[in-house]
Design a protein around this ligand. Structure first.
Ligand code: MLT
Length: 410
């Protein structure tokens, strides 16, 4: 009889956002006439920018013509897109990254989840707590996390780096040295960033200890402060200790289009093996390349019109962030984030758990958010709202919350 991968049985019954979706669907069945406002999952609401739509149409036309048709894409990505990424995202910031160190994929989530495959099963991982649940869950599936303790909400083999209001949501270097360090900056869910000096500490630490930093920069387009780097490769020495993940979902609205990329520098070597070669082997074996049409759309992100239109979208979402931030402050909440990230992180009223607050907000205000505990044990007592809604819905959600929250925070 076949044996299954038992590690899957250790996972919570469903992925965080699927659990929320189930609760929401029960609510809508029970309250068919109530308008629900969804500020839970960080899914964009603005349509794809015109410059990108034009590129998509052009590429679709090409696919219908024998002369310009494209079959399998190169598994690491088309040169036209890799060159653009190297120039626009890295060259422009003096990062020592070339086009052949960029691996185009169908999005950062897959790469963040899959990258652990190129590392030993006994690698010790460290994660910020709270953080995007994919990092821990994908390592649970690989059997790297040990056992789950219901009481603490922790996996026995994972090094948790608490990020709470007490330390300004900035992780401290762990006492026990990890092999893999996941950093998500700007952070999902807290919205916190690291300055150049703060990030340099991590780069030096990883180089000194032979660790590898898995740096998720999916939200870099939302950085507004000067001393916050957009890429870890802006930090000297990162090319020998870091892998970076980028997404087109949040900066260009590609959540339903799917495109991302991962940077594995050639200088990144462990046990005398190039991690670039390992990831290329993995990518070439298990992935047939992001579609041509979508990569053409990705290239349009870097056109003059594309850049201008996307800047407007980021500004649109950050205006929502301001509405949420200011509204919640007025309602008497302790609020964080929203400056370099499209997420607002707030403290839930004393005596309530994150899930209790979720239920309360759903019932009282018809607003969906994300319970902090879904992002890790230190997220308990916090709650996340996304700025990716429409402006009108965001304003309405905050108005509703301002009516019901003050009594809870008394
Ligand atoms: C989130 O809400 O945390 C993100 O949208 C999830 C994702 O990017 O996969």
């Amino acid at each position: 009889m076949v044996k299954i991968n038992n590690n899957y049985l250790k996972l919570p019954g469903s992925y965080l956002f699927s659990t929320i979706a189930k609760k929401v669907s029960t609510y809508t069945e029970e309250n068919p006439d109530k308008k629900l406002i969804r500020l839970g999952i960080g899914d964009v609401t603005q349509p794809i920018a015109p410059a990108i739509i034009e590129a998509l149409h052009g590429a679709v036309e090409e696919m219908g013509n024998g002369e310009t048709f494209h079959g399998y894409a190169p598994d690491l990505g088309y040169g036209f897109l890799r060159e653009l990424i190297a120039k626009e995202d890295y060259g422009s910031r003096d990062c020592p990254i070339s086009a052949d160190e960029i691996f185009v994929s169908d999005g950062a989530k897959s790469d963040c989840g899959n990258i652990q495959e190129i590392f030993d099963e006994n690698c010790k991982i460290a994660v910020c707590d709270p953080v995007y649940p994919v990092y821990v869950d994908s390592n649970v599936m690989a059997g790297r996390t040990g056992e789950y303790d219901e009481k603490t909400g922790k996996w026995s083999n994972v090094i948790y780096m608490p990020c709470t209001a007490e330390n300004n949501f900035i992780p401290k270097l762990p006492e026990e040295v990890p092999d893999l360090i996941y950093l998500c900056v700007p952070n999902n869910p807290t919205g916190t960033t690291l300055t150049r000096d703060q990030l340099k500490i991590w780069v030096d630490y990883a180089n000194e200890n032979g660790a590898v930093i898995l740096y998720d920069a999916a939200y870099e387009a939302y950085i507004s402060q000067e001393d916050v780097p957009h890429s870890i490769f802006e930090i000297k020495g990162a090319e020998t200790c870091a892998i970076e993940f980028r997404s087109f979902s949040k900066n260009a609205g590609f959540t339903g289009v799917r495109l991302g990329f991962t940077v594995v520098p050639k200088a990144l070597v462990r046990e005398e093996v190039s991690l670039h070669s390992l990831w290329a082997r993995r990518h070439g074996t298990k992935f047939n390349g992001a579609p041509y049409v979508i990569q053409k759309a990705g290239a349009a992100v870097y056109s003059t019109e594309g850049k201008a239109q996307l800047k407007e979208q980021v500004t649109y979402y950050m205006r929502n962030a301001e509405v949420i931030y200011n509204g919640l402050m007025e309602a008497g909440c302790q609020v964080y984030g929203g400056v370099n990230a499209p997420y607002i992180w707030l403290k839930v009223p004393q005596g309530m758990t994150s899930w209790e607050f979720f239920d309360c907000l759903l019932q009282e205000a018809g607003v969906v958010g994300t319970p902090g505990s879904g992002f890790g044990p230190s997220g308990e007592g916090y709650f996340r709202l996304t700025a990716f809604g429409t402006y009108e819905n965001t304003v309405e959600a905050i108005e509703r919350m301002k009516k019901c929250l003050p009594s809870l925070y008394k």
